[in-house]
Design a protein around this ligand. Sequence first.
Ligand SMILES: [Ca+2]
Ligand SMILES: [Ca+2]
Ligand SMILES: [Ca+2]
Ligand SMILES: [Ca+2]
Length: 377
Amino acid sequence: MFNNHIFRKGLVFGVLILFIGLSTIPLTEGLGEVINYIDTVIDGLYYLRDDDPLNWEDVGSLKKDSPIENETTRCGMFVNFHFNQSGIYTRESKIFNIYYHLWQKSFIQELEYEVGYSTSSEHAAGFNESIWIDTNDYISEVYDFRLIQAMQYTNPYIATFKGNDIYNFTIKIFGPNPYVLCNPNQYSFVILNLEDNDTLQNYDRDDDFLADYDELFVYFTNPFDRDTDNDGYSDYSEIVYGTDPNNYYDPYEPNTHPDIPTIQGPLQGKPGIRYEYRFSSSDPDENEVYYYIEWGDNQNENWIGQYSSGKEIAISHIWDENGIYTIKAKARDINGAESDWGILKVNIPRNVVHYNTLFLRFLDQFPILKRIFSLIK
Ligand SMILES: [Ca+2]
Ligand SMILES: [Ca+2]
Ligand SMILES: [Ca+2]
Ligand SMILES: [Ca+2]
């Protein structure tokens, strides 16, 4: 006869084993016991991303991925940005020199923010080091957000991290109602371990023809992004055309100069006779164009127009003297961008060979003579 007590004990034990067996498999994965080792050093560009764009959150992330939609990290007093906490960093990282590029809401005027870093895991801990930035010293203003920039030089290192220590590094912004905007056209970022100025002068890491130094300290654009404001025009072309490389909503389209005008017409002529020449220039932006024409005899047509892009216009001219003249024409679009010169040489010679009609009629009577004459001509 079974001892009822032992049977019950066995049943409980069996159920317990079954429960542990069932629960440990998902638990090991669900709680992250499969450790994510991250073989990378902490440096370079990090976007200040919001972890939960729908909520009023004061904590965001430092991420390598740029935002694909609108994110705002905000709070009444301070916002913090941490590294991703889902792994263990296998290499040691030292952190120094921090560059800040921050889009801040500008609804309160004359606003100062304290910006810096903390190496405490305390959520509301103060700064290890900080600087003050004033939103009145803004670089760009797009609607009610202002772009502000700052550089925090640290010497030599502010922290050395390995493993999980890296989670204790926080970029902090403190002040009345900090709003940190991050969207594809206006994103906030920091650059950690920024190189010295000589090195930055020699880098163009995004191949947009602007040195990293100029991007960071002259134009305040992103040295890792060819088109910082994502408006379809590279940082370089915006600077060349005078538009704002940090403003997606530029009021003016970048402008391209018209093509070199083509010049067509007689290559020879006589003095005192009116000859007609045709000019045409196409503008890549389809802007209307003006023409400036020099006839080579100190006479010119002074910015005539405006004409549709690519339209052929006819203008006539009389050369009073014999000579070889160079017709030069350039086009200018309505925005003021000029083409290079188009050129056509015209010979108004001293002795123009021409046959009077009587002589031609005479030749008609003698076909062989006419043939010989045409051969020697
Ligand atoms: Ca560049
Ligand atoms: Ca760039
Ligand atoms: Ca752009
Ligand atoms: Ca722009």
